[in-house]
Design a protein around this ligand. Structure first.
Ligand code: NAP
Length: 307
């Protein structure tokens, strides 16, 4: 795979940034990658495990001279980080991010970027419930989607170059506008996470009644919820605070459907339940056919392939 950028800077060194670094190195997509994290502890860990060619103690050192700067911090921190680095960006550099919500990140980051910098937001639809600098692995993005959300400051050349990077890291790339992205993700990711958090919270309340039977006899359905509900609290707090409208709309629909199913159970309407579950089963088949999951019954519990 050919080189795409000379110098890349990763700001925030958690799951996504560390996976990007290993994926960039796997394919030789950049000559030099600098990294910066706000805490000394994370920077120290990064140095110990060889994460990034250079780990910098200041954001200025990390972004200076970089052709691509990728913000890999929680959505709620993007604006402040963009402001902090804005004076040190190279003219002609591309700034991108990996935030799970796009409209609010664009609003927060855009105002801080100087003229002559290309802004191409992105969101890789890949992750695990783990976080931090040691959680990344090179294959995280393989055959997963990465959505680019070009702005008025994104030239076609800058978009094409970022696309080449994500493809080089193994991803399939698509483009969308920010509002559409936030709506789609509210359905496919954000609301399901909230439901998982709720279900695990309910079970935790019940645990006190049933004396830990919920954990002891935890069946596949509940275990899958607990994996999702173990996701990073800061990241997910920010997702809901910044994708408020779309999430609330989907939650409203979800609640209506739940009431309809509740009624079907109460009235013994087996026909309705059967029809509903038949329809949802077909969706699962579609996801497997699209290569976004496997039909292996223990999927998700075998652990990811590490770098
Ligand atoms: P992570 O593993 O928790 O790492 C977050 C990094 O951001 C850490 O290096 C942390 O620094 C830094 N950080 C946290 N709060 C900060 C603040 N207020 N100011 C500056 N830096 C801060 O997170 P991640 O999972 O890689 O997620 C990063 C971004 O990717 C988020 O925007 C998230 O929405 C998006 N994303 C996540 C997933 C996923 O499944 N995890 C998938 C797609 C996109 P310290 O270590 O020094 O505290």
């Amino acid at each position: 795979m050919a080189k795409v950028y000379d110098r890349v800077a990763l700001i925030g060194l958690g799951l996504i940034a560390s996976s990007m670094y290993w994926a960039i190195k796997r394919a030789g997509l950049a000559d030099h990658v600098t990294g910066y994290a706000r805490s000394e502890e994370t920077r120290q860990t990064a140095r110990e495990i060889g994460l990034c060619d250079t780990v910098c103690d200041s954001i200025a050192d990390a972004v200076q001279g970089a052709d691509l700067v990728v913000l890999c911090v929680p959505v709620g921190a993007m604006g402040a980080v963009a402001e902090e680095m804005s004076h040190y960006l190279k003219v002609g550099a591309t700034v991108s991010d990996v935030g799970s919500v796009k409209r609010s990140v664009i609003d927060a980051v855009h105002e801080h970027l100087p003229q002559g910098v290309h802004f191409v937001p992105a969101h890789p639809l890949a992750g695990t419930e783990h976080s931090g600098p040691t959680s990344g692995f090179a294959s995280l993005f393989d055959n997963r989607w990465c959505i680019l959300v070009p702005t008025d400051d994104s030239t076609p050349e800058a978009v094409a170059q970022l696309r080449a990077l994500w493809e080089g890291m193994g991803a399939n790339v698509d483009e969308m506008d920010a509002d559409h992205h936030d709506r789609v993700l509210a359905v496919t990711s954000h609301t399901p996470h909230l439901i998982a958090y709720t279900m695990v919270g309910v079970a935790d309340d019940l645990r006190r009644v049933t004396d830990s039977e919920v954990i002891k006899y935890s069946a596949a359905g509940f275990r899958d919820f607990t994996r999702i509900a173990a996701s990073d609290p800061t990241m997910w707090r920010d997702v809901f605070l910044t994708n408020k409208d779309a999430t609330l709309e989907i939650l409203g629909r979800f609640t209506e459907e739940l009431f309809a199913l509740q009624r079907a159970i109460r009235t013994g309407d087996g026909e309705q339940l059967h029809q509903y579950f038949t329809r949802t089963r077909a969706i699962r088949r579609g996801i497997i056919d699209a290569g976004q999951d496997t039909s292996a019954p223990d999927f998700g519990r075998g652990g990811p392939t590490k770098r």
